[in-house]
Structure formats: C-alpha cells, structure tokens
Design a protein around this ligand. Sequence first.
Ligand code: GLC
Length: 399
Amino acid sequence: MQNRFGLFIHWGLYAIPAVHEQVLARGDWKHEDYEALMSSFDPVHYDPEAWVRLARDCGMSYICFTVKHHDGFCMWDTKQTDYNIMHTPYGRDVLGMLADACRKYDMKLSLYYSNPDWHHPNAYNALSTHQWKAKYPERSDMDAYISFIKAQVTELLSNYGEIYTFFWDIPPHIEDRSINELVRSLQPHILINNRGFDTGDFATPERTVPDGDRFPTMTEACQSVGEHSWGYRADEDYFSSRHLMESIDKLMAMGGSYLLNVGPTAEGEIPMQSENLLRRIGRWYRRAACALEDTSPAARTYSLSGGMPYIAVERGDMTYFHFWRGLNSSAVTFLDEDTPTPRRAVLLNSGAELPIRYDTLPSRVDGDAVARRRYHSIREIPVDDYPAEPLVLAVEWDA
Ligand code: GLC
C-alpha cells in the first residue's frame, strides 16, 4: 500500500455510554435501551476538518471511518434502514461531512463496515463470531442480509467520492465473490481487506507486533491509542507513545501500513489525551516518514554491534536502519568486513550528520601474522536525547 500511516476512527452511538464500542453486548444492554441512545446523539462539537487537520499534522495520509459497527447503527444517510444518523437530534450526514473535509485537505478516506449487525432482523450468521447480540437469531436469512449489505455498499461507494480502502470487519466465513466484485465495480482503484466475503487484497494484524522483518503480503496493521476499547471510553488506559511508536516503526519497516485509532466523544471531539498522544507520535513520524514511505527491504543483510533489533530498508543509494527499540550505545559498528563504506550518516530523529570512524583492529593471530580488519562505525549518536523514540539512521554508501 502506498499510503502508510492512517487514522482509524471508531465513532457511533456507543460514544454516549463511553465504555466500549461493543457495550451493547459486553454490558448486556437491552436492545431497546441501546437503540434509545439514538434520540440523544447530538455531537454539536463535531468538526471533521479539525480531525482531518490533526491527521495531516501527524503525517497521516488517510482516515478510516466506522460507517457501521456491530451495533448496526449507520453513520450516513442510508435509505436501507432508519437506524441512522439522520434520525438523531443531530440529523446530518456525518460521513458526508467527513468526506468533504477529506477532499478539502487531500486526505484519503477509507470505510470500515461490520458484517455482524445487531440491529438488522436477518443478520444472524451462525458461521461467524460476534453474533452475541443479533436481534432475532431465529429470523436469520443471509440472502436477505447480503442484499441489504450490497444496497448499503452501493450507497457508500457511489455517494461519497473516491474511497481508498474498504475495511470489512469480522469474517462472515461465507464465500461470495460477488460482494467484492460489486465494490470494485463501483470503485475500480479500491483496496479491500481480508475480513470480508473473500480474501481481498490485504491482511489486517490487530493489536500485535508480529515477529520477522517483512510481511509476505500487503498488510495494514491496526492498533488503538487505548488498551481497552476502540470506541471512546471515559476511563481508558492509554498506551505510551513509546510503545506505539515502536510498533509503528517495526510494522512499517516490515512493509505494512498502520492505522492508529481514536474514539471521539459523543460531542464529536477527539479526547485531549488521544490528541496529545497522536501529536507526540506525529512529531516523530514526520521525521521518520522518509525512511518508511516508498522504501523497499534492504537487498543485503548487515551485522551490527550492540545486538539491538533493527530492520533495514532502502531507497536508491540510501539505507535506513530502524532501531525500533532504540540503541544501547552511541555508536553502531558494521561488523562484516564486506559491508560497503558508509559515506554519510544522518540520525533522522535530530537531522544531524554523524561522524564516521574507520578503524582497523587485529582480528586473528596466525603464527606471527596478525590480520587486520577494517571496521566502520557511526558515532556520537545522541541516544540519550531520544530515550522514548525509535531511532532511525540514514546511511549513504560510497559508490
Ligand atoms: C475487533 C473488534 C471491533 C473493532 C475491530 C477493529 O474486530 O471486534 O470492535 O472494531 O477489532 O479492527
């Protein structure tokens, strides 16, 4: 995927109880009580341009918005059900407003759509998970529900301009290629994730940092700023910016894209703690972005001193070393003798050029002969100035 860093937004009626996006099931609410939230949804502070500017300030290039979560409530002017934003006191198409804001700032827009639907009378799917609160399991009719999905997808992909990716949630375990075919017929350039009715285009590791140096297939990882919920939670426990930056750096260096999630409040505001976290991450990301976007895996391997984990990627004659867990020393030495000669090294965190030392050391005693090996070290890396950031070294080699 070309766009590497995106903002995930989980927003819906569940912002009102402020517990979890699945509070209807997790809190075992009665359907009537949950559905009644609709009569008080009035996000008077909703300012989609502010959300888009925040994403842009953080170096993000797309926003993925939950148009319908498991609760079945629709955040756009859908004609397929009255259970939607137009029938709240707010009464405005929040997706349309977000799409306009994205267009204005050249931000790409992606849509999240849940297959489980705890409101639609026919949506119960015995083959899938997350069916806990299906409203009428005894009225399950997947043909009818799939027709509803197709009608909604047609609205979503016809009325809101260009859509970048389509994020199905919770695999239905029903193979029906006609659904993604419809998606592609409406939006020929769209990328589709692997949680839908066929394998789609890209994988979606969630809340994990996988081992390895490279994803085998197109991948978009996702994670939320908080530990417990994707939707707004009043007493959320937030991850440290250091933890999030480490996973962003590692996952992106592995070639993945990364969706970082926030849950706006019922008033329509991104919580201050989330915004502060995003901005802190954004300040690092904007310095590291050139070492992540538009790069490919390093063609050769390197043996480096210090033993800290790293992933190397490259573009042209530059190699970028991502020390996603930082460094334990102010020097990095290339231990293989056949490593090319570094001509210039820059720590992207500071933008400062670093001195390179060429050294020879005795390495082997064979009778009286002492072989000398050449080592190149990048030195004076101000590791203690960036204790909470992944460190990224840009190295240019002698031709
Ligand atoms: C999980 C959760 C869902 C959340 C999603 C984000 O599938 O069930 O609530 O929206 O992750 O990827």
